[in-house]
Design a protein around this ligand. Sequence first.
Ligand code: ADP
Ligand code: MG
Length: 223
Amino acid sequence: AEEMLRNSDRLAVTGQLAAGLAHEIRNPLTALKGFIQLLQTSANENKAYYPIMLNELERINLIVNEFLLLSKPREANFCDTDIRTVIDHVVTLLDTEAILNKVQLVMEDMEPIPPIRCDENQMKQVFVNVLKNAIEAMPDGGEVTVRTESSDQFFKVKITDQGSGIPEELISRIGQPFFTTKANGTGLGLMICHNIMETHGGTFSIESKAGAGTTVEIALPFS
Ligand code: ADP
Ligand code: MG
């Protein structure tokens, strides 16, 4: 019965997501339709429309891509993984973007970590999402710290930024599909993170205060 409940829960969530997706895509589509109609009727081709149209198309592309990742995750591929190397790779990957935004990514010293059973690509996706959010939360630059910590059962990664933080009235909506406070956000990143960590038997949590920065804690079970 529990399994059935879970399945029906999942269906409800999928329906909600599909409705959200349709809604999110309708806006750029309507805009595109309008521009094409304008181009069709105006005597001179207005080149200024093209970048705007491309931008709208890009937005549809982004939303659909993230949505696909979410609704059709590749079969999880769990392997014993050196998680430290995974974190190193992601930090290296995002370093240029960080520097461009005057953000410094600081990795605190890590103790040796035993191999952890996880899907390397999915975990990369989690770290990328979280670090990108941290960078995006600091438009004037700052520092993002990555700390690790082990307890008996869990390996934990804590990622702290000095950004704007999340106002209390928004906390409950964070992680809901398509909820974003960014002009170019999709509002799918955190939902994907939650799903991935759930698949791993781990947890994903956010601690934040408006004006005081944000800490995301990612916990992966040992064994
Ligand atoms: P997106 O980044 O596309 O907006 P996410 O699911 O990654 O979607 O994040 C949803 C929202 O959560 C963001 O729009 C932002 O309001 C909030 N958020 C996430 N991470 C942070 C952070 N480190 N600092 C402040 N706000 C954050
Ligand atoms: Mg994001």
